[in-house]
Design a protein around this ligand. Structure first.
Ligand code: ADP
Ligand code: MG
Length: 443
């Protein structure tokens, strides 16, 4: 397999260029213990995911070009690579930790200790803490709402890990997709009793991304009974979702109302300072020497997705370490110029999206009318223009029928404080923000 890999490397190098080859392909190692197919070992998970996304079809193609074509698999190295900073290698087997993962399905790396609290997640963090300290006492169910990559999975795991460490209660973490798959196979293999035993006798049930159960009748039916059984016996239920219960299409009413019984804790959009703090924490954990100006650059040039932000950091550090370049602002600007978000959103597209969403006309947005029905959409639109485009306050004012720049400042501040206070309307702002951001990244 080693030989096979050496044979196809030149082809990959040619396809992606020397630089990328050195950074992403060279560090892959062939697993010498597998001979049935090519197993490539990546130094870490981020690396594996990156290679998988960017290069797997290329590698597959190269393999197909060879006699006795085989397929390949990418795995993560079980042994952390020797760090450049000389960090001691962590033990890879930790018996109690493994037992916990096995019993609870929790990700033990997601804890409250390494969760950074900022204005945007203060509320959901506090609610999670309350539930973790005294399960089934305060908010049941706890429903954590927030956009993609904002830390919902981290938070729900932190709750679970805290409960396991501080009480004798049992905990089970599951994504609604896994719940669905397990139910389907329980039906097929006639093992529904076991399935129910597992889900209905646990003290704390954590369901990640609950929105995915919507639209499937049998799954919702089963979850409904699971929910009721747990709720009636005063067991804690925590769910996360990237939509509010009332926004989840195809969700049965009886479930929707139950999801709203306890507390809905939402997250807004992280401000740059919190993003910097998260980056610093991550850098510290990974022993990456992160200069402050680089952290600010990454924070201010990325969207609200923390996962993407972390990805940039890891990519930069990998690049610096493989090329021997100094980890500084210049390197960051160089490496990430194609990746970080360049504002492509225009004032027009914001106005159009907002007017569609609120069913008001663009003319109305630009009029001097002050009724709440039009003032709110206008303020949202001004805020989004400020956040997503390069336009100055003055230009934004002009685009809205020649309004003064102080009107724009007022609108921006108003929406900001709405987001910060977790106002019930934050959801619609967030939705619009995401739609526009998505459009611009597609464009
Ligand atoms: P979601 O489930 O909302 O899509 P995740 O919980 O998977 O997001 O978060 C994405 C990544 O960002 C994870 O690696 C997580 O640890 C990290 N992260 C998100 N929010 C924070 C935070 N406040 N502090 C530290 N890390 C965070
Ligand atoms: Mg998640």
């Amino acid at each position: 397999m080693e030989q096979l890999w050496r044979q196809i490397c030149p082809q990959i190098r040619e396809a992606i260029g020397e630089d990328e080859f050195q950074v992403w392909v060279r560090p892959l190692r062939v697993d010498p213990f597998v001979s049935s197919r090519l197993v490539l070992v990546a130094p870490n998970k981020f690396f594996r995911d990156w290679v998988q996304e960017k290069y797997s079809s290329l590698i597959q193609e190269a393999l197909q070009g060879i006699d006795n074509a085989t397929n390949f698999k990418l795995v993560v190295s079980p042994q952390p690579p020797l760090p450049r900073s000389g960090r001691a290698v962590l033990p890879t087997t930790d018996a109690p930790a493994e037992a916990r993962i096995y019993r609870t399905n929790l990700n033990i790396r997601h804890t409250f200790d390494n969760f950074v609290v900022g204005k945007y997640n203060q509320f959901s963090h506090a609610a999670s803490q309350a539930v973790a300290h005294e399960p089934a006492q305060h908010y049941n169910p706890l429903f954590i709402y927030g956009g993609t990559g904002l830390g919902k999975t981290h938070l729900i795991n932190a709750i679970g890990n805290h409960i396991v460490e501080h009480s004798g209660l049992t905990v089970y973490y599951v994504s609604s997709e896994v719940f669905t798959n397990e139910l389907i196979s329980a039906i097929r293999f006639k093992s529904l009793n076991e399935f129910r035993e597992k889900y209905r006798y646990v003290d704390t049930l954590l369901v990640d991304d609950i929105q995915f159960i919507a639209g499937r009748e049998a799954i919702q039916e089963e979850f409904f009974h699971t929910f009721n059984t747990l709720y009636e016996s005063r067991r804690q239920i925590v769910m996360t979702s990237d939509m509010f219960p009332k926004e989840i299409p195809g969700l049965e009413d009886r479930l929707r109302s139950r999801f709203e019984w306890g507390l809905i804790a939402d997250m807004s959009i992280p401000d740059d300072e919190t993003k910097v703090a998260i980056l610093q924490k991550k850098a510290e954990e990974e022993h990456i020497p992160l200069p402050k100006d680089v952290a600010f650059f990454l924070a201010s040039h990325s969207g609200s997705n923390i996962r993407a932000l972390e990805g940039y950091l890891v990519r930069l550090s990998a690049y610096a370490s493989f090329t021997g370049r100094t980890f500084n602002l210049e390197l960051a600007q160089d490496v990430l110029k194609d990746l970080v978000r360049v504002p492509l959103v225009s004032l027009d597209s914001v106005q159009k999206e907002v007017s569609d969403y609120f069913r008001v006309t663009i003319k109305g947005l630009c009029s001097p009318k002050k009724s709440q029905a039009i003032a709110w959409p206008r303020q949202v639109a001004m805020y989004l223009c400020r956040k997503l485009t390069n336009a100055s306050l003055k230009e934004i004012g002009q685009a809205f029928g020649g309004k003064d720049h102080s009107t724009v400042v007022h609108a921006v501040n108003k929406i900001r404080s709405c987001l910060e206070s977790g106002d019930s309307r934050s959801g619609e702002i967030l939705t619009l923000d995401q739609r526009l951001t998505k459009q611009s990244s597609r464009g």
